[in-house]
Design a protein around this ligand. Structure first.
Ligand SMILES: [Zn+2]
Length: 570
């Protein structure tokens, strides 16, 4: 077989410049004339943004697509000619398009038998030149787009994947490039090259990595969690003992308590005390996920289940396999997801969104909520059957204000942790600061305490103490705290309080009247619960009882006649 090119007039005729319509055509396909410098810049961008391996894959596939297109002209342009002349349309178009000068060295093929061997030399490869301009001499061949073209063209011509490799490359300092093409199966390392032709996307890889990162993150303690549970109070010990007793079983646990009491910390401790301690601990906050994504997040999703599901990925249940899954704020779960969760609990297997097969999972479930599930059931927001499933072993974690003796040890532990985190040396809390911490009502519970202590550490002087102003800096009257009549830290009157005082004075009521009315109001607001009323007033229950008794002993004559009117109308 002589390897002489037939004349290329037929191919040159395919190429038409139509500047008036702003188009260049090769047959019926539109082309574009582009600066090799621009392509070189694109190459460089790809190399730096996605790395050489992905850049190589993208460029190979681009060349491959181009080769596929050109293969159409092989049969179209030279239908009656020899198969070899048909094949040479590829190298001739390649030259016409300005890729490189191709000299065939050896070419044998048999389409029927699927046999192919091709050896070519390339001179003036634009890609080798561009690569060398950008990166200097390389150790490895760099004509990726061009090799992709050769593979695309020959594969389409032969009807099977033909892999080309560069045995010499001008980008490595050779005076020309040399390529050899064979069916991919005939290359000893052919399979390893298949990746360059697959459309395995970087997006999928990134999404897979992202979900791995999330899984890892959820197994790490959040910064705010730091270490073990701390508490001295009876209320704390009661909850802790309940947790210890159930830890070694597989029973579903329901943690209840106000926001910020440390439910996740309890769940983590439960996991660590359980036989699953070596397995994963995965936490998911049901309230933090958009309702349309929550099922995919919990149970996983198959590729293409919905727009944006670029890749199949496992859900939290699968990731928690062999370990513990915390469903925080379970009361916020949408009803559809509740039904699915119930099925998982009943059957011990999950089905991914958009999937048809079920998978067994071995997960110990801990649910947490700050809403009353019973109320949610009555309101139609939560399934009763699911509530029963979850509420096998409830543990109520008391709010911080009901375990005030825990405040100081908690705060000391947090102080040490935040000093380490912020590289700061703080010696401790001033006595007034500790007193303020003990007095505070902690609506945000342990989380609020944590925020305050962190702020205190940041604001305290290096090698100084945390002062009360560091903890409560935003209260306009914080500098005016002083001890009240009961020896407790209290705010000095603010402007608003002055306003109230003025109105009281204007009303002409006596101090005793005012006190009586405030006491009644507090009792009414607490619906007759005297302990609660005392708490509202900042008194102990005996103090409140004493005041009420004292008032009664003074007799009705001392009270103003309108004492019994509706409370709250000062
Ligand atoms: Zn090369």
């Amino acid at each position: 077989m002589s390897l002489k090119y037939p004349p290329n007039d037929d191919l040159r005729r395919l190429l038409r410049f139509e500047p008036d319509s702003g188009a260049i055509w090769l047959g019926d396909r539109r082309m574009v004339l582009m600066h090799t410098m621009a392509l070189a810049a694109l190459r460089q961008d790809l190399m730096t943004s996605v790395g050489p391996e992905h850049a190589r894959r993208i460029l190979t596939r681009m060349g491959y697509a181009s080769g596929l297109c050109d293969a159409e002209y092989a049969r179209k342009t030279r239908p009656g000619d020899s198969l070899q002349d048909s094949f040479l349309v590829g190298p001739q178009l390649f030259m016409l398009e300005g890729a490189a000068r191709v000299t065939p060295v050896k070419l044998t093929f048999d389409i029927q038998a699927g046999q192919f061997y091709g050896e070519f030399n390339w001179e003036h490869s634009w890609e080798a030149y561009a690569h060398q301009q950008m990166f200097g001499l390389d150790e490895d061949p760099a004509c990726w787009t061009l090799l992709g073209y050769a593979s695309g063209y020959t594969s389409a011509f032969m009807g099977r994947l033909i892999l080309y490799k560069e045995t010499l490359c001008a980008a490595c300092g050779a005076d020309h490039c040399q390529i050899i093409g064979r069916p991919i199966e005939e290359w000893p390392d052919g399979e390893a090259h298949r990746v360059y032709f697959n459309d395995d996307s970087l997006m999928e890889k990134m999404e897979a990595l992202q979900s791995q990162v999330e899984a890892l993150k959820s197994t790490l303690g959040p910064v705010s969690q730091g270490g073990q549970l701390i508490g001295n109070s009876t209320a704390f010990h009661k909850a802790y003992t309940l947790m210890q007793k159930v830890a070694q079983t597989q029973v579903t646990v329901l943690l209840t308590g106000e926001t910020g009491v440390g439910k996740e910390r309890f769940a983590r401790a439960l996991h660590e005390l359980s036989t699953r301690a070596d397995g994963p601990f995965v936490a998911v906050n049901c309230a933090a996920l958009p309702s349309e994504l929550i099922e995919a997040e919990l149970f996983g999703v198959e590729k293409g289940a919905y727009t944006g599901a670029h890749a199949s990925r496992s859900g939290r249940f699968e990731r928690a396999d062999g370990g513990t899954l915390l469903l925080d704020e379970v009361g916020e779960l949408p009803l559809a997801a509740q039904a699915k969760l119930l099925r998982v609990l009943q059957e011990g297997e999950i089905e991914r969104v958009g999937g048809e097969t079920t998978r067994k999972v071995n997960v110990r479930l801990v649910a947490a909520t700050n809403v009353d599930l019973e109320q949610a059931v009555l309101a139609g927001r939560f399934r009763r059957d699911l509530m029963y499933r979850l509420n096998v072993y409830p543990i109520c974690i008391p709010p911080l204000r009901e375990r005030k003796t825990d405040i100081e040890p908690l705060a000391q532990g947090m102080l040490a942790r935040f000093c380490a985190l912020h590289s700061k040396r703080v010696l401790g809390f001033e006595e007034r600061a500790l007193q303020a911490l003990r007095q505070h009502d902690w609506p945000g519970n342990v989380r609020e305490l944590e925020n305050l202590v962190e702020r205190g550490v940041i604001l305290a002087r290096q090698a100084g103490m945390v002062e009360v102003e560091h903890l409560f800096p935003n209260q306009p009257d914080s500098v005016q705290t002083s001890l009240d009549a009961h020896g407790q830290l209290a705010r000095m009157p603010s402007v608003q309080d002055d306003d109230l005082s003025a109105r009281i004075l204007d009303s002409g009521s006596s101090l005793e009247d005012i006190e009586a009315r405030v006491l009644d109001h507090a009792v009414a607001r607490a619906r007759g619960n005297l302990s609660e009323a005392a708490r509202l007033l900042g008194l102990t229950r005996p103090q409140l009882a004493y005041r009420q008794k004292h008032r009664q002993s003074r007799g009705a004559s001392a009270s103003s006649p309108d004492l019994n009117r509706e409370p709250g109308t000062l």
